[in-house]
Design a protein around this ligand. Structure first.
Ligand code: 13P
Length: 341
């Protein structure tokens, strides 16, 4: 298997496969487990993620790579097999979240700056050693009538670009994720405002990537879709697709091999429907697929419920969403396939 950045980046987005974002920090997975009344321990986190990674047929057919949290990268399944080996055995690529979170930004109330650049070069060398071939860093852009500010925009785009350059130096493909929030507070902005902020964000990010000498061929972009805020849902699936494609075409160079969307709090089926609409009816210069966390996992987590006897049910739910999103990545998802299942 080629180890060139460009080839890994293409593998991450090709053939209707997409990424499983299973990189919830210990705090975030704890919140997810709260919804099923399960205590988050190293063992329960292992059992849950083992269930996903061992859904072997679905992983092989639909999941090109799994984004892991540091604990998971080094973790072993109950029988002692490293997760990294299980993922690779399904012809999928292990990746790693390397930022250490979005922290309140000094002097910028209501905005955050993502941290984790200090010592990153050394950490990346260790992650490569442990088997990671791509990484993720998420910058967060809050939307309100007065936000984002230029100061926060610039700082987050700069950090994303510095991260991406360090990854490429370590022979790791960077997933560059600037997320304009749909589910933050107040969440009542409309699709026009989301389009305006997303376009500004992506333009700023690609300027910073150029200044940091990041190779566009060796990266993946993970953006939000252009969508109404969570408290203002109105736009049709067709409109979300049209507005999203418009903004991406204006801002994302065609040298970028792939775009893998985050789901950002959309329901599982919405995230699938939007991706499918984006992939049908438009002539796109990039491969466009999914890098979903909640939209791939929510139904599986619920079906599992933390009970060993429900592992098969959890795997069926995960396999179903993975298959639906793979169809969407080829523009051929249909709503009746959901009902049939
Ligand atoms: P969601 O798809 O749940 O938004 O998660 C994707 C992700 O990796 C966010 O950083």
């Amino acid at each position: 298997m080629s180890e060139r950045l460009e080839d890994i980046a293409v593998r991450m987005v090709a053939g209707g496969r997409g990424l499983l974002a299973a990189d919830e920090s210990t705090g975030t997975i704890g919140k997810r487990f709260d919804t099923i009344g399960l205590q988050s321990t190293e063992t329960s986190r292992r059992d849950y993620r083992e269930m996903l990674f061992r859904t072997e047929d679905a992983m092989r057919q639909y999941i090109s790579g799994a984004i892991l949290y540091e604990e998971t990268l080094h973790q072993k399944a109950a029988d002692g097999t490293p997760f990294v080996d299980i993922i690779r055995a399904a012809d999928s690529i292990p990746g790693i979240k390397v930022d250490i979170g979005a922290k309140p930004m000094a002097a910028y109330p209501g905005e955050t700056i993502t941290e984790g650049l200090d010592g990153l070069a050394e950490r990346l060398a260790k992650y490569y050693e442990a088997g990671a071939r791509f990484a993720k860093w998420r910058g967060v852009i809050a939307i309100s009538p007065t936000l984002p500010t230029w100061g926060s925009m610039k700082a987050n785009a700069h950090a994303l670009a510095r991260y991406a350059a360090l990854c490429q130096q370590a022979n790791i493909v960077p997933i560059v994720e600037p997320e304009c929030l749909m589910d933050g507070k107040p969440g009542d902005h409309n699709i026009d405002r989301c389009a305006e902020v997303t376009e500004w964000t992506l333009r700023t990010v690609f300027e910073e990537l150029a200044d940091a000498r990041v190779s566009l061929e060796g990266m993946i972009l993970k953006p939000n879709m252009v969508i109404d805020g969570k408290n203002a849902r109105k736009a049709s699936v067709a409109e979300v697709a049209e507005r999203t494609v418009e903004v991406l075409k204006r801002t994302v160079p065609s040298a970028v091999p792939g775009i893998a969307f985050l789901s950002g709090g959309q329901s599982s089926e919405e995230a699938t429907a939007h991706l499918s609409a984006i992939n049908s009816g438009y002539d796109l210069p990039w491969a466009v697929t999914f890098s979903y966390g909640r939209a791939l996992q929510d139904t599986a987590l619920k079906a599992w419920g933390g009970k060993p006897e429900n592992v098969a049910a959890g795997q069926r739910a995960f396999a179903h969403r993975a298959e639906m999103n793979s169809l969407a990545a080829k523009g051929s998802w249909k709503k009746d396939l959901e009902q049939a299942a």
